[in-house]
Design a protein around this ligand. Structure first.
Ligand code: HC0
Length: 574
């Protein structure tokens, strides 16, 4: 530790940190728009400027190292005037539609403008960029709201190891975009939406389908089925000021019913179904000799990463559709038949923590008997917006149950949304299937936690099997490079976002400038809620889900049957 002085107060700070971190650690709320600890240290927005004794110019606190005896001032007239002027310059070319903006009230620029007392005044200008939206099925880029903080660029490169964005053009014509201004759908972007989480304004947002969903809900000729992903129940509470990781499954069901959906189901049901199929696929590949490793295919960001960077491993991908897609396919076949509705009159809406699920739903591979499996995907944030539009406050709703039969799940499904959860669920079932009555072990805690790559060796069917789990695109690439070098694995789970789906790009965004939602610790709080759900369930192995058993008895026959393959499986091509 060293001693420095903030506004003449002596404080002890870690050697090697920067002035901004030192101030924040000591209760000084220095504003900043570009800095994100461990991810972005661009020093570009200049909002965090402070006065440093002995230095003629004001200095950006985020890139100024602390030193023994350093004396800084955060609250002088000079600092306040300069900060205000910096923010006014940003506002001078910023889109002015704040009242109608999707990030209104959790926009960091708006908050900082308010804090520093910025006005348009003499600097009022025409925004440099018209509100020109660059659209694709998953993310919308609006350059008129970009403040060039370059957080999106840093998150994509440093957190995910992809590097889709870079600055193009010069001066105030600069934009942060994929090379040659390609649409993100045509670049190596994996649609994970981590850039959306990092964006301090609404320059990057999900492609919203709220209006389309309201429309089908009101259309009396349509039966609208909603499914919510495992992660939603442990994260949507944040949108209603509940502590991170609060599980609100029953209130969520009540909200969905009041929004007007006709059938209220959960993707967790299909997660159990996926495990039954995938565990059988794994055992089958083990017996037949491959292709191994079997690699999970339920994270659409990972699928896109694989297609861009590891096309030679496409045959290794599980042919199981993701639970979201299996759910949609089964809803429009089995369930539609059961309730006597023509598949064309059924609309399936998925609520996902993920922007890439919007991309997945639009993929041509995700159709069954010519029909799209999932029609619209909403993020956690969009569902919360719909609830607010409908005057629904999660805190005031009663607790209700999901509908049956596609609303029942075991504990194994609940943990899907945490890194290692799919693997743990699959191994629970694979071990029970191969060990017969003994049922084997239930918990495999070695797959849990924040390590970027988790490796485990287990005995299965008298054979040593090597299992790998990677989360975050960066770690996925590290693991795949090892596989490419010939390292042996039998089964690999990959999730494109750090922490797994709990850290998806469609999850709640805070207006906290420290961006806690990008940190592993925050994401693991969400995961804790899901592990607690699993622990309290009576049934904790996917194949014990009686609704799943019934689907096989009444409709699919057995795992990997011809019908199961037609409905629940797909193939990717290079
Ligand atoms: Fe996930 Fe899924 S666990 S990808 O993160 O497998 O998005 O929550 O819905 O499909 O179930 C996301 C979460 C899902 C799917 C499931 C899987």
């Amino acid at each position: 530790l060293i001693t420095m002085f903030i506004n003449d107060e002596p404080v002890q700070v870690d050697r090697g940190t920067n002035v901004l971190e030192a101030c924040r650690a000591n209760g000084y709320d220095i504003p900043s728009l570009c800095y994100v600890k461990n991810i972005n240290t661009a020093g570009s927005c200049r909002v965090c400027i402070v006065e440093i004794e002995g230095s003629r110019n004001l200095q950006a606190a985020c890139v100024y190292p602390v030193a023994e005896g350093l004396r800084i001032h955060t609250n002088t007239n000079r600092v306040r005037r300069a900060r205000r002027r910096v923010v006014e310059l940003l506002l001078s070319e910023h889109n002015r539609e704040c009242t109608a903006c999707v990030r209104s009230q959790n926009c960091e620029l708006q908050q900082i403008a308010h804090k520093v007392g910025a006005r348009y005044g003499k600097l009022a200008n025409q925004p440099v960029h018209e509100p020109k939206l660059v659209k694709n099925p998953f993310i919308v880029r609006d350059f008129s709201k970009c403040i060039k903080c370059r957080r999106c660029e840093a998150v994509c490169k440093n957190l995910q190891g992809i590097g889709v964005f870079s600055p193009l053009n010069r001066g105030n014509e600069t934009i942060i975009a994929p090379a040659f201004q390609r649409n993100m759908a045509d670049a190596a972007c994996i649609a994970c939406g981590q850039c959306v989480l990092a964006c301090p304004t609404a320059s990057l947002t999900e492609r919203s389908y709220i209006d389309e969903v309201w429309q089908v809900i009101e259309d009396s000729t349509k039966h609208v089925v909603v499914q919510t992903a495992p992660a939603i129940q442990a994260s949507i509470g944040e949108e209603f000021n509940l502590p991170v990781g609060t599980v609100v499954s029953q209130k969520l069901a009540a909200a969905l019913r009041r929004l007007g959906f006709d059938s209220i189901f959960s993707t967790d049901f299909a997660a159990d179904l996926t495990i039954v199929e995938e565990a059988n696929e794994f055992l089958h590949r083990l017996e037949k000799g491959g292709p191994l490793p079997l690699i999970s295919s339920c994270s659409p960001g990972w699928i896109k990463l694989c297609e861009h960077f590891y096309p030679e491993f496409i045959p290794n991908l599980s042919t199981c559709k993701s639970p979201m897609e299996m759910f949609g396919a089964l809803a429009k076949t089995y369930y539609a038949e059961k309730i006597g509705i023509a598949p064309k009159d059924m609309v399936v809406v998925g609520v996902m923590p993920c922007t890439a699920k919007k991309f997945e739903a639009a993929r041509p591979e995700m159709k069954t008997y010519g029909q799209r499996d999932v029609d619209y995907v909403l993020t956690t944030r969009e569902l919360a917006r719909m609830m607010r539009q409908a005057d629904l406050d999660l805190n005031k709703l009663p607790e209700e149950e999901f509908d049956q039969p596609l609303g029942f799940s075991t504990g194994a499904a609940n943990i899907f949304a945490a890194s290692g959860g799919v693997m743990e669920a699959a191994i629970r079932t694979a071990v029970a299937l191969t060990e017969g009555k003994a049922m084997g072990r239930l918990e495999f805690k070695e797959f849990r936690g924040l390590r970027g790559i988790k490796e485990v060796t287990l005995a299965l069917q008298g054979q040593e099997i090597r299992l790998g789990v990677a989360h975050g695109a960066n770690n996925a690439r590290k693991l795949m490079e090892r596989v490419k070098q010939g390292e042996q694995f039998h089964f690999i789970e990959i999730m494109a976002c750090a922490g797994g789906c709990v850290g998806g790009g469609g999850q709640p965004i805070t207006s906290n400038p420290e961006k806690p939602e990008l940190t592993p610790e925050y994401r693991s709080e969400r995961a804790k809620g899901l592990y607690a759900l699993d622990l309290n369930k009576e049934l904790r192995r996917s194949h014990e889900n009686q609704a799943v058993v019934k689907v096989y008895q009444e409709y699919l026959g057995e795992p990997m049957s011809k019908k199961a393959k037609e409905i629940l499986h797909t193939h990717y091509t290079v």
